[in-house]
Write a new protein. Structure first.
Length: 644
């Protein structure tokens, strides 16, 4: 009977996990065609272009040449995701031929992204169950399943979800090494690290995880075992490293064959994220504080405030626990050297193992000049795990307190503490679920760029002069409107090269464009959210955005498309005019997307610009003469910002 009850309880856990996994997959597959095939994510679009050009070489000599058609000549990301997509699309094309077409196999990539991220949910459950207990594993898996950043990035094929999966897989294999000390586990760990590196080179800190796993291996770690097994640990670490290198080369062979191109690509990306490469798309991070900015953005947007606060609280708690473990190890070492005895208590340095990845990765990534939210994805599953562990510890503490109070006749005093703790856990879980459902509202709406394009085609006559910005997705996009295919070529387009250095020639060109154009189209806040952050470099262009958004150039905002996370009449608004501070156009000043709207301030551009940007369309209402325009810009080139 007891065995039957045990199997029944175990079956319930499996059912609960199955439900979490199914819901996670559904959340990630929902709205997968969110851009209707227009490929609005530039990284995803570039990956698809590279994959489309890949082909098998005719012979071994060609394969071993840097000029091989299998060489992507693109090393910002690893080659494994490129080959994986190419292979999956080829296999699926046997069932449905159009999956091999460039404008169709993006769906294959997005489905792969969703599947890998769902796999991360499963791995997090296994980690939590193995390192702690089933409750921790299930709660952590649920948190990952409903984390908005995971859901959003699963809708793009840009390697982030694959990297997170392989990182968590490597950690799971490191746990196997720590528990068993088996060389088989060590070889598997090397394979996991190699797959992660072939996805993105930023997985390099996993070698530290492998080193820690071999140092503290065995089910009941103590210093005696550590000292006696040092030789086997060296052999194991060497095996892990060799296997990792071999698997990496299998997944990214041209890192060796085309080593010069690989090195150039890696150095370029390294310079970019450190701010050493002057790239327009990195200006948005000027002045953002190291570490605090990614934490703030993760709490506000990636995870939501309740889960985000608990996750980073769990991170801090895990760090404290790891420091205590290190202190114990040091004390034991000192006793051993002095000839004293060593307690035979069990020491599972699980916190040290988790932090061997989480801490160095965060210290490296959080300190970079460029802080895209997606860079935090390989850390998010571990934050969810640490947060879940902290909550379960709080629940157990409250339960023990209540049990002690019951025996002492103080149940009335301690019951509120227990109930409050339970309510806290349920509140965090429920708020995370609701936030994820609110975010899915974005995928129930037509993409803002498609909405704006439709408005342009219906309201702006053919041949009209319109101004658009460079380094931005050009609007309107080619699309069917009222049964006819329409194209931006129908309009006289002027491209405003606003990232170019401010000088007198740029001012002359800008004034001529303002006089010639009847409409100005801002596809997103990509430029006006970055250029005014450096007014000392762009005094003229910063003045331009102040004047345009303040509607003082003779143009008035006549249309915008805004899509926000929304649920049950509650909307979470990202403010594109707060940081840097800019005037709010009149049409937007009193806009409320729902009766109850919360302005959460600035959202990282990479969080909004792909699937829910806010395009603005300005129409000329009062033509200004060249003299009037020059007067408005007077003193701008000398840096005399008056903040009109």
């Amino acid at each position: 009977m007891a065995g039957f009850r045990g199997r029944l309880r175990k079956g319930r856990w499996h059912i609960a996990l199955g439900l979490v996994v199914l819901v996670a997959l559904g959340l990630r597959l929902y709205g997968l065609n969110w851009d209707e095939g227009h490929l609005f994510h530039p990284d995803e679009r570039w990956i698809l272009l590279v994959v489309d050009e890949l082909a098998l070489p005719p012979d071994l000599a060609t394969f071993l040449s840097p000029d091989s058609p299998l060489n992507p000549h693109f090393f910002a990301y690893g080659s494994l995701p490129l080959y994986l997509l190419k292979g999956a699309a080829h296999l699926l094309s046997r069932w449905r031929k159009d999956f091999a077409d460039f404008y169709q196999f993006y769906l294959v990539g997005r489905a792969l992204s969703a599947l890998f991220d769902t796999g991360t949910v499963l791995l997090v459950y296994w980690l939590g169950k193995t390192l702690y207990e089933r409750r921790v594993g299930l709660l952590a898996a649920t948190f990952v399943a409903f984390t908005v950043l995971h859901i959003q990035l699963s809708h793009f094929y840009a390697v982030d979800t694959l990297l997170a999966f392989f990182v968590v897989l490597a950690m799971a294999l490191a746990v196997g090494v720590m528990r068993s000390g088996s060389l088989r586990w060590g070889a598997a760990l090397g394979a996991g690290i190699g797959l992660a590196l072939a996805t993105k080179i930023s997985a390099l800190p996993l070698f530290l995880t492998a080193l820690v796993a071999w140092m503290v291996r065995s089910p009941t770690f103590n210093v005696q075992r550590l000292k006696r097994g040092l030789g086997r640990g060296v052999v194991g670490m060497a095996l892990t490293t060799v296997v990792a290198g071999l698997v990496f080369l299998l997944g990214e062979p041209y890192a060796l064959i085309d080593w010069l191109g690989f090195l150039k690509g890696i150095l370029k990306e390294s310079w970019m994220v450190q701010g050493l490469l002057d790239a327009p798309y990195t200006l948005q991070y000027v002045g953002t504080p190291a570490y605090l900015y990614p934490i703030q953005q993760a709490i506000l947007w990636s995870m939501g405030p309740p889960l985000g606060l608990v996750a980073f609280g769990g991170f801090a708690f895990t760090l404290i626990a790891a420091l205590r473990q290190l202190r114990g190890i040091i004390v034991f070492q000192l006793r051993l050297r002095r000839g004293g005895s060593i307690p035979q208590g069990q020491h599972r340095p699980r916190e040290i193992l988790l932090l061997s990845w989480a801490l160095p990765y965060f210290l490296i990534t959080g300190g970079l000049q460029v802080k895209y939210l997606r860079y935090m994805l390989p850390l998010t599953p571990f934050l969810c795990l640490m947060g879940a562990h902290l909550l379960i510890l709080l629940l157990d503490w409250a339960r023990r307190k209540m049990e002690r109070g019951k025996w002492k006749g103080e149940r009335r005093q301690v019951l509120p503490v227990y109930l409050s703790t339970c309510l806290l856990v349920y509140f965090i879980l429920l708020s995370t679920i609701l936030y994820s459902l609110a975010f899915l509202h974005i995928y129930t709406q037509r993409h803002p760029w498609l909405q704006a394009s439709g408005w342009i085609y219906r309201n702006v006559p053919r041949g009209t002069s319109v101004a658009i910005e460079h380094w931005e997705h050009p609007l309107p996009v080619r699309m069917a409107v009222d049964g006819r295919i329409r194209s931006r070529d129908e309009y006289d387009r002027h491209i405003l090269e606003l990232y170019e250095e401010d000088d007198a020639q740029k001012l002359d060109g800008l004034i001529q464009d303002l006089m010639a154009c009847d409409y100005i189209i801002l596809a997103s806040n990509r430029l006006y959210g970055s250029i005014p952050r450096v007014p000392e470099r762009y005094p003229l262009t910063s003045r331009y955005y102040q004047l345009l958004l303040g509607e003082k150039l003779g143009f008035r905002l006549v249309y915008f498309a805004a899509v926000y996370p929304r649920l049950l009449g509650v909307t979470l608004v990202d403010d594109t005019f707060r940081d840097p501070p800019l005037p709010v156009p009149a049409l937007l000043a009193d806009y409320r997307p729902s009766p109850l709207s919360f302005n959460l301030g600035r959202a990282d551009e990479s969080f909004t610009v792909y699937d829910h940007p806010k395009p603005l369309i300005f129409r000329k209402e009062q033509p200004l003469s060249e003299a009037e325009l020059r007067q408005l810009f007077e003193g701008a080139l000398a840096g005399e910002e008056r903040g009109e």
